[in-house]
Design a protein around this ligand. Structure first.
Ligand SMILES: [Zn+2]
Length: 382
């Protein structure tokens, strides 16, 4: 079945062959885009959707999220807003709640967040484990994530769990050995929280190297709280993405700019921890590829909203609205090494968002306003 989407005031394709079109149309054939172009030249289709002067953009690609958890940490957030600093230690609170949850409770928690994301225009989401931190609990988290997304990431190296507090090297051995072996069949990616208080550069290297050997792609939580070794390690190991990139040296920026590693910025984390934002302008001006994602998690960034992250990136990180939208769609696709999403061109997946606005500018111009009118995912309206 084919569908003509017409009446599009502004069509942002991210396809260099067409660019941004006005008075445009899209033909969707099954789960893929068949054609884009001026509405006056649109070929015939079985069905027709007239969006009446609204803008259409690619579905958002949230390339960094932690939605597999139980409980919340609203009280920790309130304490932080009252002046307590964020250290990452609260992760263990969520680990305890997640381990105690039943499969059904955890599954419905993941699906509730997924629904929330979809309603806000996200059509692809990466989901990390990392709140289980035992072999069985990490496998369970990845299995539940794998029920709803192909982009699953093994994050056994989120934090050293309490029971290994006095022997962290034994935990690194587990994460890069038996736990990895059990998790790999359910994961596409491996990730490490490389940070003071979590895993240092040598430990991260051991874990990521083992992950690559097991056939997983690499991603790193890098340089979030301190100017650590994470970004340079990501570039050296050919990671798809270095995420956070809040505290960067000139050498880090140069390394990212000359690499195939995407700098994924997560401004929801700085918002929710009341911290300085990463310098997106510096990365873009140096020539680095920048993505935006939510970092959706119960501790440091409990938002599932890509439009909110776009608004923050424009207001607080000096990205233009067009750069921020690209980073939240095509940039996220690059960070997942995908070329079939984040772009509206013939052959790409029919993942698109109709905005209740005449142009993409409104995503940042009207922060906090529900502007998602219709979402097509694999060609199917939600
Ligand atoms: Zn994260």
């Amino acid at each position: 079945m084919s569908l003509l989407v017409t009446g599009i005031a502004e069509l942002v394709t991210h396809d260099p062959a067409t660019g941004t079109l006005h008075d445009a149309a899209v033909i969707v054939d099954g789960s893929h885009i068949a054609w884009t172009g001026p509405a006056a030249h649109a070929p015939a289709a079985d069905e027709r959707l007239d969006v009446q002067g609204r803008a259409v953009v690619p579905g958002f690609v949230d390339s960094h999220a932690h939605p597999v958890f139980a409980g919340d940490r609203a009280a920790e957030f309130a304490a932080r807003m009252a002046g307590e600093p964020y250290t990452g230690g609260g992760i263990r609170t969520t680990v305890a709640a997640t381990r105690a949850a039943t499969d059904d409770d955890l599954r419905s928690a993941v699906r509730r967040l997924l629904t929330e994301m979809r309603r806000q225009g996200t059509t692809t989401v990466e989901m990390k484990s990392g709140y289980g931190l035992t072999v069985a609990d990490e496998v369970r988290s990845l299995r539940l994530a794998g029920e709803v997304t192909a982009e699953t990431t093994y994050l056994g190296a989120h934090v050293v769990p309490t029971e290994y507090a006095d022997r962290p090297d034994d935990y690194v051995t587990l994460v890069s050995g038996a736990m990895l072996e059990a998790a790999a069949p359910y994961a596409r990616w491996i990730d490490v929280f490389c940070e003071r208080g979590a895993f240092d550069g040598d430990q991260a290297r051991t874990i990521l190297t083992a992950g690559a050997k097991a056939g997983l792609g690499l991603r790193i939580h890098a340089n979030q709280l301190t100017e650590g070794p994470g970004v340079r390690l990501a570039v050296e190991l050919g990671a798809a993405s270095a995420d956070h990139c809040t505290h960067l040296s000139d050498a880090d920026v140069d390394a990212l700019a000359g690499s195939g590693t995407v700098a994924t910025l997560l401004p929801g984390a700085e918002f929710s921890t009341r911290s300085p934002y990463p310098d997106a302008r510096r990365l873009l001006d140096a020539g680095a590829t920048v993505a935006l994602a939510t970092d959706c998690n119960p501790g440091s960034s409990y938002t599932s909203s890509m439009p909110f992250c776009i608004a923050l990136a424009v207001r607080e990180m000096r990205m233009t609205p067009a750069e921020a939208l690209w980073a939240a769609t095509a940039g996220g696709a690059r960070a997942l090494r995908r070329d079939d999403i984040g772009v509206l061109r013939p052959g790409a997946r029919a993942d698109l968002v109709v905005l209740d606005a005449p142009s993409h500018l409104h995503l940042a111009y009207r922060p906090g306003v529900p502007l998602i009118s219709t979402v097509l995912h694999d060609g199917v309206p939600l």
